[in-house]
Design a protein around this ligand. Structure first.
Ligand SMILES: Cc1ncc(C[n+]2csc(CCOP(=O)(O)OP(=O)(O)O)c2C)c(N)n1
Ligand SMILES: [Mg+2]
Length: 274
């Protein structure tokens, strides 16, 4: 919550809210009596159209004026939140040499000292044009990449210093996750590879990059990831890094569609049956 305007590392930060939000952010919303949402497109009980800065200043003024009559002692509530954070932190498992996707994101964060602008959506080209001085990393999936692969040509022609870190699980992972969890692993049309040769990564994403004269590399093992990411960051101009990640990883936590906080899933992956 407040992503982009409140430091995620702060003790009071709750990070992401919603279907794949942190357990503690969703806990807060579940328990709160009053929720202020700024700039959201959800249907609220009461809606106000205003400049957010003005609204926040106005709220502060009202609170200041009533200060003496209000109980602003929230330490017990904060303690409860801290407990939630400690009990259910964001975490992930590693399996041998395989690269956990979360680990790849963590390494990008470390190697750029937390300064990378990372995107997993379509506006990464705009971010790079707007902030030519910043390191802009598009953290992509193989499915999403294929849908927008022609933008490699844009990157080259415009010579944008964009880095694409492709988390390649050879699947529409989000679709697979829903099928695993809610349809007894009955997969349909979610595999991206070539069924006649499953051991080879298909399509060869590096060839798309080559067609657009963009330097690119594959990385398959956890131990090689740091150097591969460093090379991507050190190479001037655009770059594609195709990172092989296991297709069994699930994006967690997750509150299933139509569910509530009590339904939150925090464990398991595509290696189990449900
Ligand atoms: C244009 C469009 N079509 C379909 C979807 C639905 N959708 C959401 S995630 C997803 C799978 C994406 O696969 P990939 O990019 O490989 O990421 P992964 O989940 O495997 O990490 C799909 C099809 C979408 N968000 N946008
Ligand atoms: Mg994928």
């Amino acid at each position: 919550m407040g992503l982009g305007s409140y430091p995620c590392s702060d003790e009071l930060s709750l990070q992401m809210l919603g279907m794949h939000g942190t357990v503690y952010a969703n806990f807060v919303v579940d328990r709160s009596d009053l929720l202020f949402a700024f700039g959201k497109n959800k249907q609220p009980h009461v809606s106000v159209c205003t400049d957010v800065k003005l609204a926040l200043r106005g709220l502060n003024e009202i609170l200041e004026a009533k200060r003496d009559n209000l109980n602003l002692e929230f330490s017990a509530w904060r303690e409860e939140l801290k407990e939630q954070k400690n009990e259910v932190p964001l975490s992930y498992q590693a399996f041998g040499d395989a690269i956990p996707p979360q680990f790849a994101i963590q390494v990008i964060d470390e190697l750029t000292n937390g300064n990378a602008i990372t995107m997993a959506d379509l506006w990464w080209i705009g971010a790079s044009v707007a902030r030519p001085d910043a390191v802009v990393v598009d953290i992509d999936g193989d499915g999403s990449f294929i849908m927008n692969v022609q933008e490699l040509a844009t990157m080259r022609v415009e010579n944008l210093p964009l880095k694409i870190m492709l988390l390649n699980n050879q699947h529409l992972g989000m679709v697979v996750q829903w099928e695993d969890r809610f349809n007894k692993s009955n997969w349909a049309h979610a595999y991206f590879g070539n069924c006649s040769n499953e051991s080879q990564i298909f399509p060869n994403m590096l060839k798309f990059a080559e067609a657009c004269e963009i330097p690119a590399a594959h990385v398959m093992k956890k131990g090689d990831l740091g150097a591969a990411i460093q090379k991507m960051l050190d190479t001037p101009g655009p770059y594609l890094l195709d990172v092989a990640v296991p297709h069994q990883e699930h994006v967690l936590p997750m509150i299933p569609s139509g569910g509530a906080f009590k339904d939150v899933i925090t464990e398991g992956d595509g290696r189990s049956m449900y």
